[in-house]
Design a protein around this ligand. Structure first.
Ligand SMILES: [Zn+2]
Length: 209
């Protein structure tokens, strides 16, 4: 079954990548979905994360697509991104979903939290429980991509707060993993608060050349 199955739309939409007619409200066409770059391997090690699985490699045309998704022009992308992620979800059955949280300030700027949207879709597809309040942001942190390597090192120190996760088996959900520092910080925070296992499932992974 295609990850584009079940999309419906009353009016014709165009593919965000090639401008040809899209499948229903998905915002993408069949040929573009087929050329999305799959993650070549899922063997990356991140401290605190028991295993990381990513559906796609974060390069074009995925970059354009993820940007459109985050800008809310293509929120419907969450559905097929989540389907691609769910296909690779071979984590233990008792795992719950925990999204990497956005800070309130960013939430205000953006209007929605992309990991919330992904978690909601994943929960629908996999039947896994989504614990929305497990992880929160303590303070505003500038995006890692806007910082120098040195500043990135401490940007996320104590940035997150976890509660109600004792003994929990969690799957951290994020749209993109790049340096891995956000997942690392979230996983270590969850484990410090008592989580027993922390896996991570992301839509995309930036692969270092
Ligand atoms: Zn297309």
């Amino acid at each position: 079954m295609s990850i584009l199955t079940g999309y419906r739309s009353r009016k014709m939409r165009r593919c965000v990548l090639c401008k040809r007619p899209a499948i229903g409200a998905s915002g993408i066409c069949v040929s573009c979905v087929e050329r999305l770059p799959k993650t070549p391997d899922n063997t990356r090690i991140i401290e605190g994360v028991d295993r990381l699985v990513s559906a796609f490699e974060y390069k074009e045309p995925l970059r354009t697509l993820i940007h459109a998704f985050k800008d809310d022009k293509l929120r419907s992308a969450a559905k097929f991104l989540a389907r691609a992620m769910a296909r690779l979800d071979d984590f233990p059955a008792d795992c719950v979903l925990v999204g990497v949280p956005l800070h309130e300030q960013r939430l205000k700027e953006r209007g929605f939290c992309q990991t919330d949207v992904l978690c909601a879709e994943l929960s629908k597809i996999t039947g896994r429980q989504w614990i929305k309040t497990a992880l929160e942001r303590n303070r505003y942190t500038p995006p890692q991509s806007r910082l120098t390597t040195d500043d990135r090192m401490h940007n996320l120190d104590d940035a997150f707060y976890a509660h109600g996760v004792k003994g929990l088996h969690a799957i951290l959900v994020d749209d993109v993993v790049s340096t891995g520092s956000t997942l690392r910080e979230c996983a270590l925070t969850l484990k410090a608060a008592g989580a027993a296992k922390v896996y991570a499932l992301t839509a995309c992974a930036a692969v270092n050349e």
